[in-house]
Design a protein around this ligand. Structure first.
Ligand SMILES: Cc1cc2nc3c(=O)[nH]c(=O)nc-3n(C[C@H](O)[C@H](O)[C@H](O)COP(=O)(O)OP(=O)(O)OC[C@H]3O[C@@H](n4cnc5c(N)ncnc54)[C@H](O)[C@@H]3O)c2cc1C
Length: 416
């Protein structure tokens, strides 16, 4: 691991700083400093600026509309954007640019790459993730949504759940069961399905934040073209895992920058509320500082692996486990500093489900919103228990958990 950046990387940093200076107002203080009603439109405009400047999907090859940046340039860009508190993407891009796009680059046909990738960047196609089902969460390979080939089309029947951003998407990548008589990991196919059709129904689920960011998605004789399979038919489990590597390892090199900004604000909050002399609060802040530093070193390790040409693999679980557990604790600390105020929060809720936007005041409403948003961090993209199993089995090489489901999937599930 070499924490110094090359001269070329520093040169690229200047270029990105120039871009930010050109496109952000001189008094830019972060998304959180914008009036609440201007935030949504500004984020949309910012995404359009990135797309027209060729700075979306920075890892993708230029021939498919990406920026074709080197891994080092990608990290420098992400660092500078995080420091300036501007997003590197918008809307459903976490699923399109962050997950299905890179998976299509690894597994897709040339035709799929030429068709789907530019449409993700232009925003014409907005994606969501159809993995989880009522009986398939941690045990993801237990999915029961069926796909049957009918002439030139797949016919899909079944139900997905917890589909984030399903209400703003027009395409969904779906794990389907195509060979029920095969063992459960062997009969799965990774399908791309258009959502604007009568056979796909999206029903919102309201969360404890009061928002409805995820959904149930029902497929009733939904159809998609035969060629919309990524990878081979019945080889979807391998493709699904490639995507999970991108999902869990994404942004790992720059995660600590956002958490550092957040912790600095929580420390300021402790000072402002006269809690910084409290020995327990001080101890908890010091602990949080050490965690953010550890996350920074994890980021450097990811960067080193990425510079060596490695794709995120099971090691991504270490970072996923680390940040999600940390974030639950530090957001609780913010509420403890606020004390009674957190019981009746006021002010702008400014924040995404991951972090309060910096720039503005860390209001009690924003702190509570972030606290609630941090709770499911240890559930989505695989629970902490599942990450520990992966680390045990696939990173440390410990014996695998005993499995009672080696035979045909339909016999274990008593389904046809
Ligand atoms: C905010 C949010 C957004 C989400 N977005 C999406 C999305 O867009 N698309 C999508 O497909 N899914 C999404 N999910 C679903 C998420 O991936 C699942 O909730 C998760 O994988 C856990 O599955 P489950 O809820 O069925 O819990 P279960 O699998 O039923 O787990 C229940 C408990 O048992 C534990 N457990 C289960 N198996 C084991 C084991 N083998 N060893 C030890 N402990 C175990 C779990 O850790 C957990 O604590 C989202 C979830 C949340 C909370």
């Amino acid at each position: 691991m070499d924490p110094t950046y090359s001269a070329e990387a520093e040169e690229y940093r200047e270029k990105i700083r120039g871009f930010l200076a050109e496109h952000l107002p001189a008094d830019w203080a972060g998304v959180g400093a914008l009036p609440a009603e201007q935030r949504g439109p500004w984020l949309d405009e910012w995404r359009a600026t990135l797309a027209s400047s060729g700075l979306l999907a920075v890892a993708w090859p230029k021939e498919y509309g990406g920026a074709g940046l080197t891994p080092m340039e990608q990290v420098v860009l992400a660092e500078e954007f995080a420091k300036a508190d501007v997003p590197t993407q918008g809307g459903n891009d976490g699923f399109g640019i962050g997950m299905v796009g890179p998976t299509i680059i690894v597994w897709g046909t040339e035709e799929q790459k030429r068709h789907f990738l530019p449409r993700i960047i232009s925003g014409e196609d907005k994606w969501c993730q159809g993995y989880s089902e009522p009986d398939a969460g941690s045990d993801l390979a237990n999915i029961a949504t069926r796909a049957v080939l009918d002439g030139d089309e797949w016919v899909v029947n079944g139900q997905k759940i917890w589909t984030s951003q399903g209400h703003t998407a027009n395409w969904i990548f779906v794990l389907t069961r195509t060979a029920p008589e095969a063992p459960k990991h062997s009969g799965i196919t990774f399908l791309l399905v258009p959502m604007d059709q009568p056979g796909v129904e999206v029903r919102p689920i309201r969360e404890m934040t009061g928002e409805a960011l995820f959904n149930e998605v029902f497929f009733t004789d939904a159809r998609t073209a035969k060629e919309n399979v990524v990878g081979e038919v019945n080889n979807g489990w391998t493709v699904a895992n490639t995507l999970l590597g991108f999902e869990r390892g994404g942004r790992s090199t720059v995660l600590s920058i956002g958490y550092r900004q957040e912790l600095d604000r929580i420390t300021e909050l402790a000072k402002a509320r006269g809690r910084s002399a409290d020995p327990i609060i001080r101890q908890r802040l010091a602990w949080a500082h050490s965690q953010v530093e550890i996350l920074r070193y994890h980021g450097m390790r990811s960067l080193t692996a990425s510079l060596a040409g490695e794709q995120p693999g099971p090691q991504a679980s270490i970072i996923k486990l680390f940040w999600s557990e940390y974030h639950k604790i530090v957001t609780e600390l913010a509420l403890d500093i606020l004390g009674g105020e957190a019981m009746a929060p006021t002010g702008d809720t400014a924040g995404s489900s991951i972090q309060a936007f910096s720039g503005g005041e860390l209001t009690s409403a924003a702190a509570v919103r972030t606290f609630l948003g941090a709770r499911p961090g240890t559930i989505y993209a695989g629970t902490s228990q599942v990450q520990r199993n992966i680390i045990g089995e696939r990173v440390l090489g410990l014996p695998k958990e005993p499995r009672a489901d080696a035979g045909p999937w339909n016999e274990a599930n008593r389904r046809s």
